[in-house]
Design a protein around this ligand. Structure first.
Ligand code: PEP
Ligand code: MN
Length: 339
């Protein structure tokens, strides 16, 4: 349930309600708005004396949260969440549409440092690149791992870009958090609950990708795991789902963007690279994603896609990425945003 305080409630009055909520065994999450404070309460409501809360000083009303995901829901928080990423605190989820780009995987120091400069020149705020790669085949390149993380961190120091990289297991959460600005949870791990809880204990933003066959409710419940573990900085990422269709690697479900925006206050990012699997489809899907209300795009980019160690077919070259940003800017402008 959500306890809505009247405008002007004092700190003591808010604390009194929080104490009451805790007495009933619920977990409290106060959200301090500009106008009023609401206190989201999570837990078993059966032991709660709703009347005692309703009659506490300066309580306006007590309303149930109907969505199964609570803290991620617009029922609890109506204002959009903006998450700042990287050393330069680029906002994701505000009026500005952000561009995150980079290779599927870190392949070498030279490759990554060069592409970092190129995506920065193209206007990116973030650099992506996997150091730990969740590959379908155990015989495929598995990533440069810790060495890759160090290269990413160096690229971050050189450029000021926010480093976005995937964490594939609980045991590597700390080392990834040490080197990266945003921890990516891959599609294959969306329902890896111990991993969600582990990144929930880290004080850095998490980019949560939608599972290959996950429904939006399951996706938002995965976000709820991270928030419930203590980390409210969750960025949702639509990256396409598995369907019977074969002309694309995945079917990019762009209607998920406005639907997620309606259900949740969390920023929504679109990955048109994994969402299509083909570089020639990526520019159009970037434009469509911004038009649909995406807060940022995460795009795979490689200087030599033909020789990429993973996902070359869906990588844009830096030249194509640079050229694309012109039309993306105009689309952002057309819907009252900036890029
Ligand atoms: C990736 O971002 O390179 C990746 C593996 O993505 P996904 O988890 O969406 O497949
Ligand atoms: Mn990839």
């Amino acid at each position: 349930m959500v306890i809505v305080m009247k405008p002007g409630a004092s700190d003591e009055q808010i604390q009194h309600v929080i104490d009451l909520v805790r007495e009933f065994g619920l977990k409290d999450h106060p959200i301090y708005g500009t106008d009023r404070t609401v206190i989201a309460c999570i837990g078993d409501k059966r032991a709660v004396d709703k009347g005692a809360i309703e009659t506490a000083p300066m309580v306006e009303r007590v309303v149930p949260i109907l969505a199964p995901y609570k803290m991620a829901s617009t029922e609890v928080k109506q204002t959009r969440t903006t998450i700042e990423i990287g050393p330069e605190k680029f906002p994701v989820g505000g009026n500005k549409v952000g561009l995150i780009a980079g290779p599927c995987a870190v392949e070498s120091r030279d490759q990554l440092l060069r592409i970092a400069d190129a995506v920065k020149d193209a206007g990116a705020i973030g650099l992506r690149g996997g150091a730990y790669k969740p590959r379908t085949s155990p015989y495929s390149f598995q990533g440069m791992q810790e060495e890759g993380l160090e290269i990413l961190a160096e690229a971050g120091r050189n450029t000021g870009l926010a480093i976005v990289t995937e964490v594939v297991g609980v045991e590597t959460v700390d080392v990834v958090a040490e080197h990266a600005d945003v921890l990516q949870i891959g599609a294959r791990n969306m329902q890896h609950y111990p991993l969600l809880e582990a990144v929930g204990k880290v004080g850095k933003p998490v980019l949560l990708k939608r599972g290959l066959s996950a429904q939006l409710e399951e996706f938002l419940l995965a976000a709820e795991y991270i928030i419930n573990a203590g980390n409210e900085q969750v960025i949702l990422c639509e990256r396409g789902i598995r369907t019977y269709e074969k002309y694309v690697r995945n079917t990019l479900a762009l209607a998920a963007v406005p639907e997620l925006n309606e259900r949740s206050h969390l920023p929504v990012v679109v990955d048109p690279s994994h969402g299509t699997g083909h570089a020639h489809l990526v520019p159009a899907m970037c434009r469509a994603a911004i038009a649909a209300g995406a807060d940022a795009l995460i795009i795979e980019c490689h200087a030599d896609p033909e020789h990429a160690l993973s996902d070359g077919a869906q990588c844009l070259t830096p030249a194509v990425l640079s050229k694309l940003t012109g039309s993306l800017k105009r689309i952002a402008q057309a819907i009252g945003r900036e890029l």
